[in-house]
Design a binder for this molecule. Structure first.
Ligand code: ADP
Ligand code: MG
Length: 439
């Protein structure tokens, strides 16, 4: 046992936080009153619901008398039901037996009632002086359960034990099941159960270590993704520059040549030159349109997700010879937030690219459905499959990018696959509630 808190009792009692389960060992009735009277006075003055289960040594009448001396207005608290005082037999032994489940439920009910009636929580005490040796073990088990209940509730509990009844073994039983021990050794002290504290510290340290590991893994992943995005952007620029220079530039030069070589004096030449130039202009227009569509299909902005996807699937099938079985619900005639449409489009695009690059199949299923709250995408291929765990972070940038898009929108992305089986990618993108009048 360690960590002593030396304070005067009322201050100590006032600062006990919710979820504290204390034990207190006393010798005389006066000891008990000296502790319990300020304990309940503080509770009553602080808008707490109080339940005092009196003991053999300190009965209901003694409790009322003692408390009244410290709190002359006690009757008003009793009348409004902010404090209840029970004889021990009535509380603990309702049917003559110690039923720990009934007792625990009783405390939880009292706490719920307290909160429902606007009190800050439940402050309680109980005493074990009535216990016989035969019921001791049951009571120890009950205290262990009570400890767990108190820890997670708005309850403060002080369980009192007569030192006359406790040998060393019993003291250990009691202390083990309480987070704190309240004793008076000259000053009042609240002593924290060191074993408990160590266990809590260990749990906290473990949780912190796990969290740190997670943060590190995530940071590495994000760093890799950021570098990848940089590379992708450069590659994209290189590709556009090459396209502009080699294809479009070349065609423009050819147009210029056609126009220059057409001699204005010879009408035939002019016509041939102009019609060649026209052909080239048409070709050029097609290339510019393709390039622009590849970068970002305008129809995604103009016509929405469904139109853009249908267009993409046609092109995809044409280019890579993989049939897309597309089923959808809730997309027709509906627009989503632009960021959702972009994320959905890019996720489908990347997933289909993966199918074309890695799955070795000739068809793929795409299912998309949307309700008021969520847009869900499922893409399934019956291809080669893969083992996610065997891939390094740097080899899954496409997958990380898709996941990142989903997470950024508050959604998630799951990939189920194993070598030789199908691969299923599921993405869930949450939707903002639609405002009346919105499409
Ligand atoms: N549909 C799929 N079928 C089989 N393997 C896949 C599929 N999708 C992804 N993979 C595997 O996951 C790896 C990571 O995918 P991704 O992050 O998109 O990177 P990349 O496509 O650039 O290799 C791929 O290299 C491939 O081994
Ligand atoms: Mg990929």
């Amino acid at each position: 046992m360690e960590q002593n808190t030396y304070q005067s009792l009322p201050k100590l009692i006032a600062t006990i936080p919710w979820g504290t389960h204390c034990c207190h060992f006393y010798k005389t009735q006066k000891d008990l009153l000296d502790m319990l009277v300020p304990y309940f006075r503080t509770g009553l003055l602080n808008n707490e619901f109080c339940v005092w289960v009196a003991s053999k040594r300190l009965g209901v009448k003694d409790a009322v008398r003692g408390l009244k001396r410290a709190l002359p207005k006690l009757d008003s608290y009793l009348n409004r039901g902010q404090i209840e005082i029970y004889p021990h037999a009535e509380w603990y032994l309702r049917d003559g037996d110690l039923d720990s489940q009934r007792l625990l439920t009783g405390w939880i009910d009292k706490c719920d009632q307290a909160l429902a009636r606007g009190y800050d929580g439940l402050r309680l005490t109980g005493d074990a002086l009535w216990l016989e040796k035969t019921t001791w073990r049951n009571f120890v088990d009950y205290e262990a359960e009570l400890d767990k209940t108190v820890n997670k509730s708005r309850i403060k509990a002080v369980c009192t034990y007569s030192l006359d009844k406790c040998q060393a073994a019993e003291v250990i039983d009691v202390v083990k099941n309480h987070g704190y021990t309240l004793i008076k050794r000259g000053e009042w002290e609240l002593i924290e159960n060191a074993q408990r504290r160590r266990a809590e510290e260990q749990a906290r340290e473990k949780a912190m270590a796990e969290l740190e590991k997670l943060v590190q893994a995530r940071t590495t992943e994000l760093r890799a993704l950021a570098a990848y995005l940089q590379t992708v952007r450069e590659e994209e620029r290189t590709r556009i520059a090459r396209e502009l220079h080699d294809e479009i530039g070349q065609t423009l030069t050819a147009i210029k040549l056609s126009l220059e070589t057409s001699e204005p004096e010879q009408a035939d030449n002019v016509n041939a030159g102009v019609s060649q130039a026209l052909g080239l202009v048409n070709e050029l227009t097609g290339r510019v349109r393709d390039l622009s569509l590849e970068l970002r299909p305008a129809m995604l902005d103009d016509l929405g997700l469904l139109a853009a996807l249908n267009w993409h699937f046609d092109r995809y099938t044409h280019q890579v010879k993989i049939q897309v079985d597309f089923k959808h619900t809730g997309l027709e005639g509906r627009r989503f937030e632009p960021e959702v449409e972009t994320a959905a489009y890019r996720i489908v695009q990347e997933a289909l690219t993966n199918v074309a690059r890695h799955a070795k199949v000739d068809r793929v299923e795409v299912n998309i459905w949307a309700d008021e709250k969520m847009l869900c995408i499922r893409i399934r291929d019956q291809g080669d499959g893969f083992d996610r765990d065997s891939l390094s972070a740097s080899a899954t940038r496409g997958l990380s990018g898709m996941r990142e898009r989903a997470i950024t929108l508050g959604g998630r992305l799951k990939i189920e696959s194993a070598p030789g089986t199908s691969t299923v990618l599921t993405a869930e993108l949450p939707l903002r509630p639609r405002v009346a009048g919105e499409q």
